[in-house]
Ligand binder design. Structure first.
Ligand code: NAD
Ligand code: DAU
Length: 331
């Protein structure tokens, strides 16, 4: 299969490329990535001679058309992804997430190419703390932030292109990923690298907010399952029953890094901070037989800490700029 992976130099996309070459070595992989601040050639250096990496923008209609004309399927990861950045400056989120997805859709429509669109559980808004409810495929869209509203817009474009033009697309909405190659702006890598560089860990608000953590390889295995066997036009939720509040994740990280579990700073809360996400992945489990492999969250965090310890050359050059940006925002 000839596969185009948009955003393949980002966190989940790069892990997807690695998993693809491990599990499906006959796949011909082309990565299209603008190499924004969030993308990194180094994340693909180990497989550089086995893939084609095209540096380009998903809103570049001519380039996207040319690449999609020569492929069998597209897995679309490229996006602006950090909620805090979207609050500070939403324009790139509208451009990449909405116009970019529109550009990909028009090209797959012209060339009859199969598309899998990667999205987020944040399109559903948030749940109350302590509520037994979880998101399902029929939960109404109710996004809270510029990031989640642009991802919701993209999902709706995909649904409309399936219905109006017969585009062969599927959508997945996944919960919070963790694992190697995640940018140090995100919660888990930020805390690990703060502690490794003598900075203090930073918790937004009270830390009661709950995220539903999944290992990135479990997410990507689900994406492959959907790409191969998913029903055209269907949406699948991806989650691994990993609900944890931020305070307990932070305390686990502090303990793994031999610190006092209370040795962190409370910093001002995020505007409109979603309280809780939780995924009911029954459809994916029942219809496609997917099961997560990384079910021990603490073991997964330990391996992630080890990865960041061993790969300072990957994240070190990014760290000072990210922390300068946080400092400007008082966090
Ligand atoms: P990331 O920010 O680490 O990577 C995004 C990649 O997209 C980068 O390589 C960047 O260079 C590229 N990119 C950005 N704008 C582009 C453009 N205009 N043209 C081409 N490339 C561009 O993001 P991630 O965490 O790997 O997320 C990947 C996808 O998964 C996103 O669509 C995101 O919404 C979705 N998602 C993420 C999570 C999560 O926990 N991280 C959970 C569910 C869904
Ligand atoms: O749910 C899926 C989403 O998960 C993805 O769609 C997004 O692309 C991804 O960034 C992530 O969004 P979150 O906002 O949940 O992730 P983030 O890593 O920014 O923050 C996780 C939680 O930790 C959130 O409640 C805010 C909090 N936080 C974050 C940072 C950076 C802190 O307490 N301290 C921090 O320093």
């Amino acid at each position: 299969m000839r596969l185009l992976v948009t955003g393949g130099a980002g966190f989940i996309g790069a892990n997807f490329v690695h998993l693809t070459l491990r599990e499906f070595p006959d796949t011909e992989v082309t990565v299209l990535d603008a190499l924004t601040y969030a993308g990194s050639r180094e994340s693909l250096s180990e497989v550089a001679d086995r893939i084609r990496l095209v540096e380009g923008d998903i809103t570049d209609g001519a380039l996207v058309d040319e690449l999609i004309a020569g492929t069998d399927a597209v897995v679309h990861f490229a996006a602006e992804t950090h909620v805090d950045n979207g609050l500070a400056d939403p324009a790139p989120f509208v451009h990449t997430n909405v116009v970019g997805t529109f550009t990909v859709l028009e090209a797959v429509r012209r060339h009859g190419v199969r598309l899998h669109h990667v999205s987020t559980d944040e399109v559903y808004g948030d749940l109350e703390l302590g509520d037994p409810a979880r998101f399902t495929e029929s939960t109404p869209y109710n996004p809270s932030s510029p990031y989640s509203s642009t991802k919701a817009s993209a999902d709706l474009l995909v649904r409309a292109w399936v219905r109006s033009y017969g585009v062969r697309a599927t959508i997945s909405n996944c919960s919070n990923n963790y694992g190697p190659y995640q940018h140090v702006e995100k919660f888990i890598p930020r805390q690990i690298t703060n502690l490794l560089t003598g900075r203090r860990a930073k918790l937004y608000g009270s830390g009661a907010n709950v995220r539903d953590w999944i290992h990135v390889d479990d997410h990507n295995a689900a994406v492959w399952r959907i790409l191969r066997d998913g029903a055209i036009g269907a949406t699948y939720l991806i989650g691994a029953d990993g609900e944890r509040d931020n305070l307990s994740v932070l305390r686990t990280l502090l303990t793994l890094l031999d610190r006092d579990p209370d040795d962190f700073d409370h910093v001002p809360d995020r505007a409109g901070h979603d309280l809780r996400y939780a995924i009911d992945a029954s459809r994916l489990r029942d219809e496609l037989g997917w099961r997560p492999q990384h079910t021990d969250f603490e073991a997964g965090l330990r391996a992630t800490v080890d990865w960041y310890r061993s790969n300072e050359s990957w994240w070190g050059p990014l760290k000072a700029d990210v922390e300068a940006r946080y400092a400007e925002r008082g966090r």
